[in-house]
Design a protein around this ligand. Structure first.
Ligand code: CIR
Length: 253
């Protein structure tokens, strides 16, 4: 169960955030409204939400998930792999100090975005993406083992982050999309395949028994509901324009 979440409001500068898509420029006002609804949804799942002010120095800083991994034993501040985002690690560290006595850090030459990290109990799958390199993954595994947890690297080739195409919904249920379909590392789970046309829905978010699902992906929604979860649909259009999904907008612990 998650007790806490940390989010950061989107900033006006988000218009120049990183994107690989051609979905247009985000509308800052609309993004702010969508973010408020996201916070409400987290609260409705019983989580205390700390809402951090926006920081216009970092266009992508609303995607807090990438900047830290929050485990039950310690927080690990990452070393974000995109240069325009790297400084976000300093500003998240201050906030984590309110919650954690132990804060570890991924250090150069290791890079890591925690969007590449998927938690399954006390095991963490870590994607080797363009943002997270071998050294960063190794450092993270070493830190996890120091505190009695485990980690394993997952090879990947095309997706931005591991959780762009994988979401663990607890109870052995795993949403799987694109390059991860058929990957034997995940064969022990009850895998629910997400088609390419609904791929954005593969980043759905389990919170305390409910699942937040991006609006507009009816097959994903139906499949999740058939597993017995209560669902909350959220419009994510403005964050999608910057390759950001539901999980990217919060740290949960
Ligand atoms: C980026 O490219 O870093 C941002 N525009 C999107 C980050 C999305 N984060 C995530 O998937 N965890």
């Amino acid at each position: 169960m998650f007790k806490n979440a940390i989010v950061r409001k989107p900033c006006p500068k988000m218009l120049s955030g990183i994107t690989s898509k051609d979905f247009g420029t985000p509308d800052f006002q609309l993004a702010t409204q969508q973010h408020e609804k996201y916070v409400e949804a987290l609260k409705s799942c019983g989580v205390n939400v700390k809402v951090l002010d926006y920081d216009n120095r970092f266009p992508d800083s609303t995607f807090v998930e990438d900047t830290a991994l929050c485990t039950p034993k310690c927080a690990i501040v990452t070393n974000p792999g995109a240069s325009s985002r790297n400084g976000e690690k300093e500003i998240i560290k201050e906030s984590l100090m309110e919650y954690y006595e132990i804060i570890e850090e991924i250090k150069n030459p290791g890079t890591l975005d925690a969007g590449d990290v998927m938690m399954v109990g006390d095991h963490y799958y870590i994607g080797l993406s363009d943002r997270s390199n071998k050294e960063g993954v190794k450092q993270l595994i070493d830190i996890l083992e120091k505190y009695g947890m485990t980690g394993s690297a997952v090879e990947m080739s095309s997706m931005l982050h591991l959780k762009t195409g994988l979401s663990y919904l607890e109870n052995n249920n795993l949403l799987v999309c694109g390059e991860f379909i058929g990957n034997s590392e995940f064969s022990k789970y009850n895998t629910i395949e997400v088609s390419d046309e609904e791929s954005y829905g593969a980043n759905s978010l389990w919170i305390n028994g409910s699942v937040l699902v991006p609006a507009g992906y009816p097959k994903v929604l139906k499949n999740i509901q058939q597993l017995g979860y209560k669902t909350v649909e959220l419009d994510m259009s403005e964050f999608r324009k910057l390759d950001g999904g539901l999980s990217c907008l919060s740290l949960r612990f």
